[in-house]
Ligand binder design. Structure first.
Ligand code: SF4
Ligand code: SF4
Length: 463
């Protein structure tokens, strides 16, 4: 695993040399077209996520500062930590299972780093500086006015897009309303927010203008995990060595010879955004972008050979383990597990109670005997409104022998609001059987129980 240094190849880094800048040839083909559809769809989702409102809440928001998250318009607070942790676990399991089945497709097709790099920044570069050969010529050529203008234009656009991305990024973290305030209020009121925007802009600009494929090949931990996540059944972009070798240039007039199907045209290497030669075997640097499949398919079409000399194969197939049969059972099981986990997560999100609460007996308090023969306990209750609208409620003890007496008469929670209440639970002493009784208080809204709160009621037994 690992890109092989190659002194003869214009794209690959040579041994002992510093980083070799990768000039990737403009990709084209069926997979690239699909990738554009997927990528632009995801970009639209990413850009609109914090601005679309559902019940007045952002469609997506991960406000770490206020510990408030919004997923599909459902607001989550620290009390919902279990759902969030479960969601994170599902994401991790999904990544592991998905990678085991489909290899590194996430990287080449859906990762924001690849989408921004390949579908936005690199396309702008092609537009201003031309395809890979022109770009190299420009960079290695003399410093002229035309070169300076091209570089100035490209980097100005890169900075502008990085600024737009940093705004979106901040909108995900602090919410679009807070971002809007940073943009419209006087600067001195939001120095922190402004500095964040500048820092994020410079980071994104640095990543997309200079760091580029190093994020995928060296920095990202997911890429480095491939070795343990892939097995013989994993699908991955690979070169069919048995069919392609021995490779050799196609001479004029040559039709049939002892050579394999690879005509050593190097196109698969030239289009590779991470600068590897897929013919050297499966490599950690391959992000499964499928650009080399498109390039090689076009070549095979021209020389009238079957397509997919480079294609999606399982590791077992490539390693030539005899008549390697694809085991669909494992993939099916993984997909069923994934669907189940996603279903459970969806259920947890959409069945979440509209009001969250924590109920405790008032600190340091004990039971109080009353003159009318009843006994009472004092409680402190904190309620939080997660419904995205103003909500009326009442507290109802599940045990009909108990009654509630509110200390502060609160029956409404504002949108996204919370309230601290105190109340007495009162019961007849003759009904008390044990010193400590488990009791439940329901929060009822519109005739529906929206939250069940457990606590204990203490009193000396009545007989
Ligand atoms: S594009 Fe296909 S034919 Fe050309 S070098 Fe690559 S594998 Fe060989
Ligand atoms: S080897 Fe092919 S699939 Fe892998 S990164 Fe390079 S072009 Fe993309």
């Amino acid at each position: 695993m690992g890109a092989v240094a190659n002194d003869n190849n214009p794209v690959l880094p040579s041994k002992g040399k510093k980083r070799t800048w990768i000039y990737a040839k403009k990709p084209a083909g069926k997979f690239y077209n699909y990738r554009q559809w997927v990528g632009y769809g995801l970009l639209l989702f990413l850009f609109l996520g914090p601005f679309i409102r559902i019940n007045g809440n952002p469609f997506m928001m991960f406000n770490i500062v206020e510990r408030k998250f919004s997923i599909f318009g459902n607001i989550f607070y620290p009390q919902d930590l279990h759902i969030f942790v479960f969601g994170m676990l599902i994401v991790m399991v999904c990544i592991v299972l998905f990678t085991a089945v489909f290899g590194r497709v996430w990287c080449g097709w859906t990762c924001p780093q690849t989408i921004f790099m390949e579908l936005i920044f690199r396309r702008i570069e092609y537009l201003i500086e031309g395809d890979w050969m022109q770009q190299r010529k420009l960079n290695e050529g003399p410093n002229t006015d035309a070169k300076a203008w091209k570089k100035l234009l490209k980097h100005s656009i890169f900075l502008l897009i990085s600024f737009a991305i940093s705004n979106i990024f901040l909108a995900y973290i602090i919410g679009s309303d807070a971002l809007f305030k940073i943009m419209t209020d006087p600067l001195e009121q939001h120095i922190g927010g402004f500095i964040s925007l500048v820092v994020f802009t410079l980071v994104f600009y640095g990543v997309f203008a200079y760091v580029r494929e190093i994020v995928c090949t060296t920095i990202c931990p997911y890429g480095r995990l491939q070795g343990v996540l892939l097995d013989e059944q994993s699908m991955t972009v690979a070169y069919n060595e048995k069919r392609g070798e021995p490779r050799g240039k196609l001479r004029k007039g040559e039709t049939d010879n002892d050579k394999g199907d690879c005509i050593d045209c190097n196109l698969c290497v030239q289009v590779c955004p991470t600068g590897i030669d897929i013919r050297n075997g499966i490599q950690m640097e391959c992000v499964s972008c499928t650009a080399c499949i498109d390039a090689c398919d076009a070549v095979m079409e021209k020389i009238h050979k079957p397509k997919r000399l480079i294609g999606f194969y399982t590791l077992g197939e490539i390693e030539g383990k005899g008549e390697f049969k694809k085991n669909k059972t494992r993939q099916t099981i993984y997909i069923v597990i994934l669907a189940f986990l996603i279903g459970v997560f969806g259920y947890m999100i959409f069945s979440r109670s509209e009001i969250g609460g924590s109920l405790l007996r008032a600190t340091g308090s004990t039971y109080q005997m009353r003159e009318d023969g009843t006994v009472s306990n004092l409680y402190a209750l904190e309620l939080i409104n997660k419904s995205g609208r103003e909500i009326d409620f009442e507290l109802v003890p599940e045990d009909s022998n108990l009654q509630i007496q509110l200390v502060n008469n609160i029956h409404t929670l504002a949108k996204d609001g919370s309230a601290k209440l105190s109340f007495f639970l009162i019961g007849k002493r003759e009904n008390v059987k044990t010193y400590k009784t488990k009791v439940r208080v329901n929060v009822v809204s519109d005739g529906k129980i929206v939250e069940k709160l457990k606590t204990t009621f203490i009193a000396p037994p009545g007989s």
